[in-house]
Design a protein around this ligand. Structure first.
Ligand SMILES: Cc1ncc(COP(=O)(O)O)c(C=O)c1O
Length: 418
């Protein structure tokens, strides 16, 4: 009998792993930079980046070295004690964002939970607790984050929802203003909606929300889990969106959640809170066993130093623009396949045209079918919603790799247009 490792591994999952993910028929073995191989030796160019996580690609040597060195010294200590890596990482993030303080978690959703608790604490004595979020948003999978998320499909079956969240359309300042009630305490948006289909906030929206929050004494919270960490060419996506916009340089939200690229693949999250509110969560009011461990923070500091040393923010901006303009050309050539291309830097959404003939009939969504075709052609990418393909590659993607990815996408699009 032929030994088939892929089948064997898939059957381990089928028998032993909760089937909560719609997994693709891809069984991965190892990676290097923006390349990854399956157990049969097939090579894929990775434009999904583990959903915006692998900022430096797979198995970056600098991170491996930092992990080995730190793990020989101190992997974990309780948050009852001080240690240098957490203090230094908090300082680095504060320097990149603005005056405030940081809390460390283990995931994006926990970072958001921390912001929700911050908002509740802020409004508690006035009986204010409600957070207004946006339709099509995604904030994670815990019960409160599900309630914050503006997509019905992720909430179904888990009712009743945690109270205190309402939704209004994204990029609609008038709708946000109209939704504010005496119970409202905060506004929550993504800097660029990711799962919802790669929709960046407009500069007017960001500046308008800041003004609205000041006027109504609300906290402005930005979920930067996917769009942050230099993906757009600036540390925070709002910094990129507000470049050269009058008043933009002074813009600061009151809270920012981070994760994904923060640890470059090492699971960690964080939130930053602006100085006036930085001590609201006092001793005993919030915590987590693993958050901000010496190992996690050492890795995150190394990710930051490699990004700086190798000028990867500039690379994300330049290669991202190169990808986007070439994809726009492809969309102009094949409007029956690509409806629209949007995004900033290394966060790009390709919206598929409705009614692509090859995708007619029952079955998986066009986004999943397109992704399957990319896999077959040797490339990983991430579907969003039913119609959108997300490109979230490593920030150190080279020009050659970008061009190879464009060739693969072009090949799939041409085939669908034929
Ligand atoms: C914008 C946004 N917020 C929060 C989350 C949740 O992060 P995590 O999966 O690390 O809990 C995600 C995950 O995709 C996200 O994209």
């Amino acid at each position: 009998m032929v030994h088939n490792e892929a089948v064997e591994i898939q059957s381990l999952f089928q028998q032993n792993v909760v089937p909560s993910y719609g997994r693709f028929d891809v069984v991965l073995s190892h990676g290097s930079g923006s390349q990854v191989w399956d157990v049969a030796g097939k090579r894929y160019l990775d434009f999904g980046g583990g959903i915006a996580v692998c900022a430096l690609g797979h198995a970056p040597p600098a991170i491996t070295e930092a992990m080995i060195e730190q793990s020989r010294k101190l992997v974990h200590v309780s948050n009852f004690y001080y240690h240098a890596p957490q203090g230094r990482l908090a300082q680095a993030l504060v320097q990149l964002i603005g005056p405030g303080k940081c809390f460390f978690s283990n995931s994006g959703v926990e970072a958001n939970e921390g912001l929700f608790k911050l908002a509740r604490k802020f409004g508690h004595d006035e009986g204010r607790y409600e957070i207004i979020a946006t339709t099509n948003s995604f904030h994670g999978r815990t019960l409160a984050a599900l309630a914050a998320t503006g997509q019905e499909k992720v909430k179904k079956g888990f009712e009743p929802a945690v109270p205190g969240f309402r939704h209004v359309p994204y990029n609609d300042l008038a709708a946000m203003r109209a939704a504010i009630s005496p119970a409202t305490v905060a506004i929550l948006i993504e800097g660029i909606q990711g799962e919802g289909g790669v929709t960046p906030a407009t500069p007017e929206y960001l500046l308008g929300l800041r003004q609205l929050c000041d006027e109504k004494k609300l906290l402005l919270l930005i979920d930067s889990v996917q769009c942050g960490h230099f993906r757009t060419g600036r540390f925070q996506s709002y910094q990129r969106t507000l470049e050269n916009v009058p008043g933009g340089e002074k813009f600061l939200p009151d809270g920012i959640s981070m994760a994904k690229s923060l640890g470059g693949g090492f699971p960690m999250g964080a939130f930053w809170v602006r100085a006036p509110y930085a001590d609201l969560l006092s001793a005993g009011s919030h915590g987590t066993t693993f958050g901000g461990s010496p190992l996690a923070c050492t890795v995150a500091l190394k990710v930051l130093s490699v990004i700086k040393q190798e000028k990867l923010a500039d690379n994300a901006r330049e290669i991202g623009a190169h990808l986007k303009s070439n994809l726009e050309n492809l969309a102009r050539k094949y409007p029956g396949v690509i409806k629209n291309v949007r995004g900033l830097g290394m966060m790009i959404g390709i919206e598929l045209a409705p009614n692509i003939p090859a995708f007619a009939g029952e079955g998986k969504t066009p986004a999943v079918r397109f992704t399957n075709l990319l896999h077959a052609a040797g490339m990983l990418a991430i579907p969003a919603g039913t119609q959108i393909i997300r490109l979230l590659p490593a920030l150190n993607l080279s020009r050659n790799e970008a061009d190879e990815g464009l060739r693969i996408i072009g090949f799939v699009v041409e085939k669908l247009a034929a």
